[in-house]
Design a protein around this ligand. Structure first.
Ligand code: BQZ
Length: 728
C-alpha cells in the first residue's frame, strides 16, 4: 500500500486538469464524456424504463432505477408488521419431512410464539413468497466472534443484522407514513406509557425461542442491560452505554414477558429508536452468563469477550438465520433458524430463503461480484463504481439491476475538537487541536475544499452534490435557508489562516505556526482515512491536495475499518475522513443524542479528557441545548425551528467539513423478489435491515442451484458434536 510519504504533501508538477480535479497518480478515471454518456443512458433507461411486462409469477425488474426520493410508500406500521395468532402455520416441506416427521424437531406451531410477528402482505412489493434458494452476499469485514454484547463484530456487511434481533426495529421506517412514524414493534411487541410518561412498560414476544429452542424471556433483556450495558467493563458493539438511554434510567423485569423502563424525563420517545439495531439487541443469556466474570470467577472480562470465537458454529440467535459454517477468509454459511418467530400472513414461517452466504472478500468486491454474477445483493455506496454498475445493468440479459435510493450517503472531515487530552495527543497533536477549536481555522479548511471537483472525480452526472456539513439535504428537517455553504476560495482560506497568525514564514508553500508554537514549524494535520474503498482513498488525496492549495500541510494516515474505528473511538486522530454511516444527520429522530456532545463519552469527535472534563466550545453548548430541546418536545413546528437553528450553527461554525452527499443504491440479482423500491442504503438503519431480508424470496421458476448446504438446519451449540441436528 502506498504510504503518505509517497504523496507527503503532493509535491511535483500536476497538469491543469489534474490540479483542478484532485486525482491519485495511479487511478485514472474514465474520461468525463464517457461517464456523462453512461449516466445519461441510465437516466434515459430509468426515465422511460423497459416496458414492464404484466406482473407474472416471475417478476422482471427494470435494469436501472433512479429513486428521486418520491415517497411511493406511506404505509401504516400495522400494514408492515403486527402480532397475531393465525389459524395454521407451515414450514418448508423438507423440514417437516426430514426433521419434524423424524422427531428431530417439534412441530412448527410449537416452535412459534403464541402470537408470532406477522408481515402484512400489503407492504410486500411482490406479494407473499415461496420457500427456497439462497441469498449470496459479500463482506469486506471479518467475524471476530459471536459475543455482540461484549463488542465483537460479526464481520459487518449485515451479518449481525441477519442474526441479531432488537427490542424495536427502525430500518423499514422509510416505508412508513411520516405522520405515523414510530419504531416498529419487534422483540418488544407492544408498549404503554404511564400517565406522567416517566415509565414505559413493554410486553415481550411470549413464547419466542432462540434458535437452539431455549425460551427468550425478560432474563435475556435484563442480562444484556445489567451485565453488559451497565457493566463498565463491557462495551457492547455499536456503543450502547447507560448514556444511550438517559442518565439514571432504570429497567426492571415485571415477569417472564414484561419489562418496565423508568426515566428521569417524561415521554423520551427518542429512546424507542435507541432500542432498535445496534443499541438494544440482547444476546442469549443462557449461553453468555456462564462465561461472564460476575458469574464465573475464573473468567476475566477479556475471556468473556472472547469466549465465543468465530470458529464456534450454531451460536444461538433470534434472527432469521444461524451461522453454521465458517472458513476463515473464505465464507460464512448461514442456514434458516427453525425457531424463527416471524411468519407471513398465510402463516408460513419465515425466512423464505433457506440459506444466506457471506463470501469474505474486500469491500470493493461487493458490487464487482454482483456485476459478475457471484453475489446477489450489495450496497452500492462507492460513487466511483456507479458508472460501471449502471453500464453492466444496461446490457441486454444483465442478471442484476441497480436501484438507487434517496441521497442519504455522504463524506465529511471530522476534526478532533478535544483540547483536554482525549487520546493523549503529543505536542504536535495538541497544537493542531487548539487550531481545530478555532472557527477561523475550520472555516479556512472548508473554504479550501472544492467540493464540485471532489464529486466529479468520483462520478459525473447528477449523483453527487456538495455537502456543507450538518443535516443532509434528504433529511425531513433540512432547511436550505439555514445552511451556510462556504464556496471554494483558496485565497480567502489563506487570508483566514493568516488572520490567526498562520503564514508561510519559510517559503515552502506551507503555513507555519507562530514562532512560539512548536518553534514555528509547518502546521501539519494528519488525516486518518480507510484505504478499503477507492472512494475513501481518492477523497483523502483530494483533501490533501486542496488543503495544500490553501497552504496547509496534510499527511495521510490510512487505517483499515476496525483500526480506523479504534483510533477514532480512542481520540487518537487530528482529522478523520468519515463516511456518514449513522442515522442522526438524516432522520434526526434516530440517534439524536449523536447530534452534539451530549455526554462526556458519547460524541464521535469531541469527548472528555483523562480528568473527565468535556471542554465544550460555546457553539457546541448551543448545539447541545438545541438537541436537548428537540428531544424534549413532540411539537413538529418547534422541532423544525430547533433544527433550522441547529443547522445554521453547525454549518456557520463548520462543526464538520462536509464534502459530498449522494444517493446510495442497491445492486440486486434479478431473481430476488420483494425488494421495496427506493430502499435507502442507510437511513434509519442499513439496507440490510431496511430490506427485511426475511421477506425476500425467489420465484420457483427462477430458483438457482447456488445453495451450498440444501436440506440442512443449524446443529445445536452446546451439545456433543455428533449429536448435531444438522444433517437430515
Ligand atoms: C453496511 C454495514 C452493515 C461500521 C460498516 C463497516 C465497519 C464500520 C459500518 C455497509 C459496512 C458496510 O459498514 O460498508 O454497507 O453493510 O456494514 O453493518 O464500514 O468498518 O465500523 O460502522 O457500519
Amino acid at each position: 500500500m502506498r504510504t503518505p510519504q509517497d504523496y507527503c504533501d503532493g509535491a511535483g508538477p500536476l497538469n491543469a486538469i489534474q490540479a483542478a480535479a484532485p486525482m491519485t497518480r495511479c487511478e485514472q478515471l474514465p474520461p468525463p464524456w464517457r461517464i456523462l454518456g453512461a449516466a445519461l443512458i441510465a437516466l434515459v433507461i430509468s426515465g422511460c424504463g423497459e416496458s414492464e411486462p404484466a406482473r407474472s409469477a416471475t417478476p422482471i425488474a427494470p435494469s436501472v432505477e433512479l429513486d428521486t426520493g418520491r415517497p411511493v410508500r406511506g404505509v401504516r406500521p400495522a400494514d408492515l408488521v403486527r402480532f397475531q395468532a393465525l389459524p395454521a402455520y407451515s414450514e418448508p416441506d423438507w423440514v417437516t419431512r426430514n426433521f419434524v416427521a423424524k422427531g428431530r424437531l417439534p412441530p412448527v406451531q410449537e416452535r412459534l410464539p403464541r402470537e408470532p410477528l406477522v408481515f402484512g402482505s400489503a407492504a410486500m412489493p411482490d406479494g407473499q413468497g415461496v420457500y427456497g434458494d439462497v441469498l449470496r452476499q459479500i463482506t469486506g469485514g471479518r467475524p471476530e466472534g459471536w459475543n455482540y454484547s461484549a463488542g465483537q463484530s460479526q464481520g459487518w456487511g449485515g451479518v449481525d443484522i441477519g442474526t441479531m434481533e432488537c427490542l424495536t426495529r427502525t430500518g423499514p421506517l422509510f416505508l412508513v407514513d411520516r405522520e405515523a412514524l414510530e419504531p416498529l414493534p419487534n422483540l418488544a411487541k407492544a408498549w404503554t406509557w404511564s400517565r406522567d410518561g416517566l415509565q414505559l412498560t413493554m410486553d415481550l414476544v411470549e413464547g419466542a425461542k432462540w434458535s437452539d429452542g431455549h425460551p427468550f424471556t425478560s432474563d435475556d433483556v435484563m442480562f444484556y442491560w445489567l451485565d453488559n450495558v451497565l457493566d463498565p467493563n463491557v462495551s457492547p458493539l455499536n456503543g450502547a452505554s447507560d448514556d444511550s438511554f438517559g442518565p439514571g434510567t432504570k429497567l426492571e423485569a415485571l415477569g417472564r414477558y414484561k419489562i418496565r423502563w423508568t426515566f428521569k424525563r417524561p415521554f423520551p420517545r427518542d429512546y424507542l429508536y435507541q432500542m432498535a439495531y445496534g443499541k438494544f439487541c440482547p444476546g442469549p443469556a443462557h449461553v453468555l452468563r456462564p462465561q461472564h466474570p460476575r458469574y464465573n470467577r475464573a473468567n476475566s472480562y477479556q475471556d468473556y469477550k472472547q469466549a465465543f470465537p468465530a470458529s464456534r458454529m450454531n451460536f444461538p440467535t433470534m434472527g432469521a438465520w444461524v451461522v453454521t459454517e465458517y472458513r476463515p477468509d473464505d465464507i460464512l454459511i448461514l442456514r434458516r433458524n427453525p425457531y424463527f418467530w416471524k411468519v407471513d400472513a398465510s402463516g408460513r414461517q419465515l425466512p423464505y430463503l433457506d440459506e444466506m452466504q457471506y463470501r469474505l472478500l474486500g469491500w470493493n468486491d461487493r458490487d464487482v461480484q454482483v456485476i459478475a454474477g457471484g453475489s446477489d445483493l450489495a450496497n452500492l455506496e462507492s460513487p466511483a463504481s456507479f458508472v460501471e454498475a449502471m453500464r453492466g445493468a444496461a446490457k441486454p440479459g444483465a442478471g442484476y439491476r441497480v436501484a438507487f435510493g434517496p441521497r442519504t450517503s455522504a463524506y465529511s472531515v471530522l476534526m478532533n475538537l478535544s483540547g483536554n487530552g482525549w487520546g493523549e495527543p503529543d505536542t504536535r497533536g495538541q497544537a493542531l487541536r487548539n487550531l481545530n477549536r478555532q472557527q477561523a481555522f475550520r472555516q479556512a479548511i472548508t473554504m479550501a475544499m472544492d467540493r464540485k471537483s471532489l464529486g466529479q472525480t468520483q462520478v459525473g452526472g447528477p449523483f453527487i452534490k456538495p455537502y456543507a456539513g450538518g443535516l443532509l439535504a434528504s433529511s425531513p428537517f433540512y432547511d436550505a435557508q439555514a445552511t451556510r455553504m462556504f464556496d471554494h476560495n483558496p485565497s480567502a482560506a489563506r487570508a483566514l489562516l493568516s488572520s490567526i497568525g498562520l503564514v508561510d514564514r519559510d517559503g515552502d508553500g506551507y503555513v507555519n505556526y507562530p514562532p512560539d508554537v512548536l518553534k514555528g514549524e509547518n502546521v501539519t494535520a494528519i488525516l486518518t482515512a480507510s484505504p478499503d474503498t477507492i472512494t475513501e482513498r481518492t477523497l483523502a488525496e483530494g483533501v490533501l491536495l486542496f488543503a495544500r492549495d490553501a497552504g496547509l500541510r496534510v499527511v495521510l494516515r490510512f487505517a483499515s475499518g476496525p483500526q480506523r474505528d479504534a483510533l477514532v473511538a480512542s481520540g487518537q486522530f487530528d482529522w478523520v475522513l468519515a463516511r456518514h454511516d449513522t442515522t442522526e444527520l438524516t432522520t434526526v429522530v434516530q440517534g439524536a443524542d449523536a447530534l452534539a456532545p451530549m455526554g462526556p463519552y458519547t460524541h464521535k469527535f469531541h469527548r472528555a479528557g483523562p480528568n473527565g472534563d468535556l471542554d465544550l466550545l460555546p457553539y457546541e453548548s448551543e448545539m447541545v441545548r438545541l438537541t436537548k430541546a428537540f428531544i424534549a418536545t413532540d411539537n413538529k413546528a418547534k422541532r423544525r425551528q430547533l433544527m433550522s437553528r441547529y443547522q445554521l450553527v453547525s454549518t456557520e461554525q463548520v462543526n464538520a467539513v462536509g464534502l459530498i452527499q449522494f444517493p446510495g443504491g442497491l445492486l440486486i440479482n434479478k431473481r430476488i423478489a420483494n425488494v421495496p423500491p427506493g430502499t435507502p442504503t442507510i437511513m434509519f438503519n442499513w439496507a440490510e435491515d431496511a430490506l427485511m431480508r426475511e421477506r425476500l424470496f425467489v420465484p420457483k421458476a427462477r430458483q438457482s442451484r447456488h445453495e451450498l448446504r440444501p436440506g440442512t438446519l443449524p446443529g445445536c451449540f452446546a451439545c456433543r458434536p455428533s449429536a448435531g441436528r444438522g444433517k437430515p
